[in-house]
Design a protein around this ligand. Structure first.
Ligand code: NAP
Length: 243
């Protein structure tokens, strides 16, 4: 069987990097990143060592105009697109809604919602009559993240509604669209939001008594993308230890 081609946004770290590592044995990979050059080079090298053809693509998704440029690069390197992991995302420092600034909210919406919608649209155009997309949401979309980052939770809620609508729109053309909703997962994102101890603090409060790993989320993503999930579309899979 020919290797399928997968595009993963935010593949330089955390869940995106784990997904790339687990997909590399049977996929060619287009790995997107923004600032973490060392991270993407390390992930790309590990994937190449497993036999994958790997290209890397830098784009700052805070600027949605970068999306067409990202796909021009993709087109120059790859023939078709079979699978998209719409994963890149950010949190921000904990703040109450009353203290949000326009810049903070605009950045969050651009990276977590505007760009992922444009990325998914560009992916659909390249999938034609068959493919699979997983949008990476968050348990925050269920809980709201009061006092932490309600703006983040709102972008993830928006992404889930987008995921539903897109799934319905493209189901008849053989493209499946699903989302995962990770809970407390041990990745660098918490430190970037100014809470490096967040996983240690909240892990024990999860019904399963611990945080999740990036690999545990990656396995759920890869199952949804695989032919084992051939009759699964328009769903959101909680990967959150019961949280
Ligand atoms: P992470 O380790 O911080 O990885 C985030 C990825 O997003 C990195 O590859 C990063 O690229 C990329 N990114 C950040 N800002 C970007 C920008 N402006 N433009 C383009 N790419 C950008 O975090 P993670 O935990 O793996 O997060 C992956 C996804 O899971 C996110 O959508 C997040 O909301 C979601 N999630 C995570 C958790 C959790 O507990 N970890 C829970 C629920 C949902 P660079 O590093 O190269 O800049």
């Amino acid at each position: 069987m020919p290797r399928k081609t997968m595009l993963i946004t935010g593949a330089s770290s955390g869940i995106g990097a784990a997904t790339a590592r687990l997909a590399a044995s049977d996929h060619d990979l287009a790995l997107h990143f923004n600032a973490n050059w060392d991270g993407i080079e390390e992930v790309a090298a590990e994937c190449r060592a497993q036999g994958a053809r790997v290209t890397t693509h830098r784009a700052d998704l805070a600027d949605p105009d970068c999306v067409p440029v990202l796909f021009e690069e993709f087109d120059a390197e790859h023939g078709r697109l079979d699978a998209l992991v719409n994963n890149a995302g950010v949190v921000d420092e904990a703040a109450r809604v009353a203290d949000f600034t326009p810049d903070r909210v605009a950045r969050m919406v651009a990276i977590n919602l505007t760009s992922p919608m444009l990325v998914a649209g560009a992916a659909v155009r390249r999938m034609g009559e068959g493919g699979a997309i997983v949008n990476v949401s968050s348990a925050a979309a269920k809980h709201g993240s009061a006092g932490q980052y309600v703006d983040y939770a709102a972008t993830k809620g928006g992404l889930e509604v987008f995921s539903k609508g897109l799934a319905q729109e493209v189901a008849a053309q053989g493209i499946r669209v699903n989302a995962v909703r990770p809970g407390i997962i041990a990745t660098p994102i918490h430190g970037k939001g100014g809470q490096p101890d967040r996983v240690d603090r909240l892990g024990p409060t999860v019904p399963m008594g611990r945080e999740g790993s990036a690999e545990e989320v990656a396995r759920a993503i890869l199952w949804l993308l695989s032919d084992h999930a051939s009759y699964v579309t328009d769903t959101v899979l909680d990967v959150s230890g019961g949280r």
